[in-house]
Design a protein around this ligand. Structure first.
Ligand code: CMC
Length: 431
């Protein structure tokens, strides 16, 4: 953030107020309104934060107009094609691509933390078998605060580091356990000889009764899904993690708050909702009917996996996933998958429709990811937990950045109050 000495003037009630302007390294200028209430006695109003920068950050940059996503300056398509998830985790956490020695050390640290406390197995058993894996995930990740007391002093940088590694390492284990529990199969322990994505597939799909070999091409596709969901600057769940953490709360509980926020269909829950929608549409003949419903103001239906608050051109993650869907389905010999046909035709129809063109609505990350995940064998209920485990590194990187910032303050928005003014209490007999 550079203080450019530029200012904006606000005229209000005959007074003029100077608002400093910050220039970011890239992106639009930012008006500093922190002193506005103290000086002018007014708040700003921005529900949904459409024009508000809630923090400064050096982690991720999105240019919604260009359809650009950078992690620490590196374009997402380069990371998705050339890197792998744990290297991207290192980049997000520490700011630079690792050397070979740094990467080896990091991978060893993560790998050594993949098991969960054995007592957590009992904790899992308290859930109903038919619980949604996201419900289980919110509960179990929150419960990590009760299992890992030795990494919860947020004022100690080393404990922050340990909490970060634990979360990145254990989320795949916990997500896989949530899946296994929901289908009544035994939990599968992590394997340190497998890489991050292959280990996750192994924990989800192997059973003690027989050998399971992870297909390296599927592991690569899984890893790419992890990379594409790793961080997305100040989205709703990340802002939730930051706000929850701003009070100094337990880091595991704060990540559980982020998972809760991610679950909603407007956010990470859209991947499950999108696949369910594609199944409901069922065939390309029915697409016009659903397009009409999405455009109808009196119908709450929206095209799931379409639209984005920031991207107004293209979501670069969706581009990579569309290509990945083709590759994975071909590998599995199901390139004529009817859902993929419906998805592609739906995308084509929407992108040629005036409503979607005018509102700048494009497929987002959730549009094609579900097709890949289903082809890999995951039930729809596991789609959002997979998003959550991928996004954990983003949440924890943003959390570390915030806690280490000496300017960190508790988040405390104000409001435009439209309720009653002060009035006297009326005894119940007189009401
Ligand atoms: N289908 C039909 N119309 C839509 C859609 C859609 N998917 N998305 C937005 N619109 C319309 C909306 O009705 C509104 O029209 P109008 O201006 O006439 O009232 C206009 O486009 C702007 O929509 P908005 O809801 O004000 O935009 P927003 O920035 O608040 O919401 C969004 C962004 C992603 C929540 C929204 O596009 C949406 O609900 N999409 C479907 C759910 C989805 O795919 N979510 C995943 C987002 S990406 C991954 C993630 O965040 O986890």
């Amino acid at each position: 953030m550079t203080d450019t000495k530029k200012t904006a003037q606000l005229s209000l009630n005959g007074e003029t107020y100077e608002l400093p302007i910050f220039s970011p390294t890239t992106g639009p200028d930012v008006l500093d309104i922190r002193k506005l209430y103290g000086q002018a006695g007014v708040f700003t109003y921005d529900p949904g934060f459409t024009s508000t920068a809630s923090c400064d950050s050096t982690i991720t940059y999105i240019d919604g107009g260009k359809g650009e996503l950078l992690h620490r300056g590196y374009p997402i398509d380069q990371l998705a094609s050339k890197s792998h998830h744990l290297e991207v985790c290192y980049l997000l956490l520490y700011g630079e691509l690792p050397t070979a020695a740094q990467l080896e050390d990091f991978e060893t640290r993560v790998t050594r933390h993949t098991m969960v406390h054995e007592q957590m197995h009992n904790f899992f058993r308290g859930f109903r078998r038919d619980a949604h894996p996201m419900a289980t995930l919110v509960g179990v990740v929150g419960a990590m605060s009760a299992f890992y007391h030795d990494s919860t002093d947020i004022n100690d940088p080393w404990q922050r580091e340990v909490a970060a590694i634990r979360l990145i390492a254990k989320l795949p284990t916990i997500a896989a356990m949530a899946y296994k529990y929901s289908i009544g199969q035994p939990f599968v322990y992590p394997r340190n000889d497998l890489d991050y994505a292959a280990n996750f597939l192994h924990m989800c799909f192997s059973v003690p009764a027989e050998e399971y070999h992870v297909d390296p091409i599927l592991a690569r596709a899984m890893d790419r899904i992890f990379i594409l969901h790793a961080d997305h600057e100040q989205n709703a769940s990340t802002s939730t993690v930051r706000l929850a953490s701003s009070s100094g709360a337990n880091p595991f509980a704060c990540i559980a708050a982020g998972i809760a926020c991610l679950w909603g269909p407007a956010h990470g829950g859209a991947n499950q909702a999108c696949l369910e929608m594609l199944k409901e549409i069922g065939s390309v003949e029915r697409i016009p009917e659903f397009i009409e419903r999405a455009k109808d103001k009196n119908d709450p239906f929206r095209l799931m996996g379409f639209g984005h608050r920031v991207y107004k051109n293209t979501d670069p993650r969706a581009k990579v996933l569309k290509q990945s869907a083709d590759e994975v389905l071909e590998l599995l010999g199901v390139e004529n998958n009817p859902l993929l046909q419906v998805a592609k035709e739906l995308e084509r129809t929407a992108l040629n429709d005036e409503y979607f063109i005018e509102k700048k609505l494009f497929p987002n990350v959730d549009f094609y990811s579900g097709i890949i995940l289903e082809a890999m064998g995951f039930p729809t209920s596991m789609f959002t937990p997979i998003f959550a485990l991928s996004r954990t590194v983003g949440w924890i990187s943003q959390w570390k950045e915030m806690i280490a910032d000496p300017q960190n303050k508790i988040g405390r928005p104000r409001q435009l109050y439209l309720g009653e003014t002060a009035r006297d209490y009326i005894d119940i007999e007189s009401r």
